[in-house]
Each structure stands twice: as structure tokens, then as C-alpha cells.
Design a protein around this ligand. Structure first.
Ligand SMILES: [Ca+2]
Length: 363
């Protein structure tokens, strides 16, 4: 029995990590090391695998066991006024899991660690007030303040399932500040944002200029606050200027973008067009026509992925068949909206929910 336990301890041993003394084995093994890897707690939440004493020392909460019960799956939750330097920290609203009502400013600080270059925020839960008639987050807003990199959009509405990457810079020692400002008691707000710290030169880093980064052969990309139609309001936000990037998988040469459902693309003022039977319907446009309002950018996109294609797509349909193929690498979806949301609100535009599928190279 002692031999088996000793073997387990060696299996989970690792060169880097921390030192614990298993309580169950006095005198047999004095030192066990293991990496501080991600783990899942009994409630389904994620945490970091640490020695129990270390979890307590860093003011974490144990949500289960890990490393064959030698470690404690440690959760770091924090809220307004808090500061963190821990990976896998979760930023929640003060009354979480209950919601917030009223007017408040809630701010947390993420300290810069020497070897961390990027943050990834995963909005596991995110409900704030809807944008106003101009597509601006004037009632509630979620903001990221950073002293390096691009300006990130101010977010509001429903954004569960979304994520963003934030550059922290290599040399900088400046922290990143997240804040939620809420106004009025007509809305119940709730948020749970997981913060992942990504080391410099790590493969998990998003390429420069990519605020969103998708790493799978196929997935669904939605505009912020995408959801069911709200009469005389645009669901998507104005003043957007960001890029969602897709990692090119090995042996894949093209990408197909298609609407998740028949009506899941309405981004940029629609165009009237004649359909069968001389009925007028609202459709889409490409290229220069899209420069009048909001559009998504897909380089050299066309129905079958041949020819020069177009690089801007807008309106209430994505080309003729709600699908665009592009062979231009790297695979990117640029999202651009202007400050004028009048026509977008008049047409109750919802934004986009697009499925992408990478297409294998054909010899
Ligand atoms: Ca617009």
C-alpha cells in the first residue's frame, strides 16, 4: 500500500510547481511538487490546483480536490474594489449569484505579472442594460482600461459566452482595470467574468490586433448583445472597430462563413431588392455600398471562394445564399459600425450570428 501511494506521488510530481506535505502520509514522503494547473470544482466552476494551505494563504476558496486528492481546487472570486494577481480569478457582481439593482460603480484591478502579456476574459454570465437608441451603452457599461494596445469597445446588454483578449504589454508594469457602471433600478444586472493570464510567447496568445480569437475548425461567432429582435432598436453596438480571428488549422485552406439561421445576419442598413414575383424584400450588399453604414469585413469573400471577391458585407443577407467563402489567410472577421444607428434602429437590426467552417486543402 505504501509503495502504491509513493508511486502516485511520483506520477504527479513535476519540476515546477509548489511544495506540499500530504497529511495522509506522515514520514513517508515529505515533499510533493505539482503544477498549478486549472481544475474543476464540484459545482462545475473552474479553479487552480494548489496545496490547501496555499489556497488559504492566498484567500481562495476550496471548491473540490485535484491532483489525485493531494491538491485543493482553489477558486478566486472577487468583486468591486478588489485586486488580483491570480490566474483563473473570477470577477462577479457583489451580490452574486443574485443580481444588482440601482446605481453603482464597480471596479477591479488586475495586476501585471512579469511574464504575463495578455489577458483573456470569458463572460460566463453577463447581463447589463440594453444599449440606447443610438447603440451606445449609456445606462450600463462594462469598460476595460489599459495603458497599452487598442481601445476596447464599451459593452452592455447580453454577452454570456463572449470573450475578449487584452494586451498587457511586455515591458509595462501597468495594471488593467475592469469597471461596471450601472444606472437606475429598472434592470437586474449580473456578471461572472473569468480572467485568464496568458504568458508571453505562449501558444495561447491571440495574434496582435485580434480582440477575439477562435481556435477550432468550426464555431459560431456572434456580435456583442446578439439576441432576439427589439422593435425600433438596434441590438448591436455603434462605434465598433475590432477583429475576430480564427486560427488556421493545419491543412485547411479556406473558410466558409454562413448565417447560423436564416435571419441571423442584419448588420448595416439593409437594401431593398426585387425578389421572385416582383415583391420587394430587404437584402444585403457588398463592397463600396457597405461603406455608407456598418459592415463585416471578410477578405476576398465570394460565393465559391474564387475570383477577387468582395471584402465588405452588410445589410440583411450575406451574399445571395447567406454564405461567403474566403481563401485569404489569416482567417479574420472585421467588425465595423459607425456612430449613426438611425437606420439600424428603424430596421430593428439584431447583429450577426455566423458559423464558420474551415475547409480542407484539395490537392
Ligand atoms: Ca450604423
Amino acid at each position: 500500500m505504501k509503495f502504491i501511494l509513493f508511486t502516485i506521488a511520483l506520477v504527479i510530481a513535476s519540476a515546477s510547481g509548489q511544495i506540499i506535505r500530504p497529511n495522509s502520509l506522515p514520514g513517508l514522503i515529505s515533499i510533493v511538487r505539482f503544477q498549478n494547473t486549472a481544475c474543476n470544482g464540484e459545482n462545475g466552476d473552474s479553479g487552480t490546483c494548489l496545496a490547501e494551505a496555499e489556497c488559504n494563504r492566498r484567500a481562495g476558496t476550496s471548491i473540490g480536490s485535484c491532483a489525485n486528492n493531494f491538491g485543493s481546487c482553489c477558486s478566486f472570486k472577487f468583486t468591486c474594489g478588489g485586486t488580483t494577481s491570480q490566474n483563473e480569478t473570477v470577477f462577479v457582481n457583489p451580490s452574486y449569484p443574485r443580481g444588482e439593482n440601482g446605481t453603482d460603480t464597480c471596479q477591479v484591478t488586475i495586476e501585471k505579472q512579469a511574464k504575463v502579456c495578455q489577458l483573456r476574459l470569458d463572460f460566463e454570465e453577463f447581463t447589463l442594460a440594453q444599449p440606447d437608441e443610438n447603440g451606445l451603452c449609456t445606462t450600463d457599461s462594462f469598460m476595460v482600461r489599459t495603458t497599452v494596445g487598442e481601445r476596447l469597445p464599451i459593452l452592455c446588454g447580453e454577452n454570456a459566452g463572449q470573450h475578449i483578449y487584452i494586451d498587457m504589454g511586455r515591458g509595462s508594469a501597468n495594471p488593467v482595470v475592469l469597471s461596471v457602471v450601472s444606472n437606475g433600478d429598472r434592470v437586474t444586472r449580473r456578471w461572472k467574468v473569468k480572467i485568464n493570464m496568458i504568458p508571453c510567447n505562449n501558444l495561447d496568445m491571440a495574434p496582435s490586433g485580434c480582440m477575439q480569437y477562435y481556435r477550432s475548425p468550426s464555431s459560431i461567432i456572434k456580435s456583442f448583445n446578439y439576441g432576439s429582435r427589439i422593435e425600433s432598436r438596434s441590438r448591436y453596438l455603434s462605434n465598433l472597430r475590432y477583429t475576430a480571428c480564427v486560427r488556421v488549422e493545419e491543412n485547411f485552406c479556406a473558410i466558409k462563413w454562413e448565417t447560423e439561421s436564416a435571419n441571423s445576419f442584419s448588420f448595416g442598413a439593409p437594401f431593398e431588392e426585387l425578389s421572385l414575383g416582383n415583391q420587394t424584400r430587404l437584402g444585403g450588399a457588398t463592397g463600396g455600398l457597405c461603406s455608407q453604414d456598418d459592415f463585416v469585413g471578410i477578405d476576398q469573400g465570394s460565393v465559391d471562394g474564387t475570383g477577387p471577391g468582395d471584402d465588405r458585407f452588410c445589410g440583411n443577407r450575406l451574399l445571395e445564399m447567406n454564405s461567403v467563402i474566403s481563401r485569404s489567410k489569416p482567417f479574420m472577421l472585421k467588425v465595423r459600425s459607425n456612430h449613426d444607428q438611425t437606420l439600424n434602429a428603424a430596421n430593428s437590426q439584431q447583429g450577426f450570428s455566423l458559423r464558420y467552417v474551415q475547409l480542407p486543402c484539395v490537392i
